[in-house]
Write a protein that binds this ligand. Structure first.
Ligand code: MN
Length: 247
């Protein structure tokens, strides 16, 4: 059963997630992170159109799974909220979603070179990272995901995977908890950076499917290992005072 303060605590966590992603350079002025409503799976929380490092509790908005803001909320939402709405609609297991433009992953969206885990901390992206090309179904666009059909098409490419690349744009990451999606979003660009460096040096040895499975085995959505990173990043981002005690 949820405590009375569960929603408040979830909103604090979402503020922390925004600040961490900004502080770790996963997002800059653009990019966003959302959290499914802990009590109503048909809704999710996402900040109003604002750079993640500036997000506070009062900036969080509530949306339905079509990307419509809660009645009466006329603030400017992110244009690309449909990335989040469609991911929650397609994946009941997903509790948190990140969309970012982190530069290090972009080469893998515009070439045939696959993004795959090559370092142990990159294992959470999973064995397969599909690439979504908005042009396949929608022709020449401004590359932004600005409606539900585009969001649903992206969610279809994501499928049951944890991460999908968006050609010439960025990535979407989906996970069972906010702390997992943040950890994954920090390590996916790092893994990409290592892979890029390695590709220049010679043949790459990726993690094996068995190693990836072993890395992911037994992890709970709020595991102490993930919580340790969350506290570390939150403190670095100046958010220690907002931390709850889930770990
Ligand atoms: Mn974007």
């Amino acid at each position: 059963m949820m405590q009375a303060g569960e929603i408040e605590s979830a909103l604090d966590d979402l503020v922390i997630a925004n600040r961490i992603l900004a502080n770790e350079n996963v997002v800059d002025a653009y990019g966003h992170v959302s959290l499914r409503h802990p009590r109503d799976p048909r809704r999710f929380f996402l900040a109003r159109s604002l750079s993640p490092d500036r997000v506070e509790r009062g900036d969080l908005m509530e949306f339905d799974l079509e990307g419509n803001p809660a009645a009466g909320d006329s603030r400017q939402p992110y244009l690309e909220r449909f990335i989040h709405a469609a991911a929650y609609e397609a994946r009941p297991d997903v509790q948190a979603v990140v969309h970012a433009h982190a530069e290090d992953v972009l080469p893998f969206g515009i070439t045939a070179a696959p993004l795959r885990p090559v370092i142990h901390s990159g294992s959470f992206m999973g064995e397969h990272v599909p690439v979504w090309d908005i042009r396949d179904r929608f022709g020449d666009t401004n590359l932004l995901v600005t409606n539900m059909p585009q969001g649903r098409d992206l969610a279809r490419t994501l499928g049951g995977n944890n991460v999908a690349l968006m050609r010439g744009h960025g990535f979407v990451a989906a996970a069972r908890s906010l702390i997992e999606v943040v950890r994954m979003s920090v390590y996916v660009p790092r893994n990409a950076r290592v892979l890029l460096a390695a590709l220049r040096l010679g043949e790459v040895k990726p993690l094996s499917p068995g190693e990836i499975a072993a890395r992911n085995a037994g992890y709970k959505p709020y595991s102490p290992e993930t919580w340790r990173a969350w506290e570390y990043w939150a403190t670095r981002a100046g958010c220690a005072h907002l931390l709850s005690k889930k770990g």
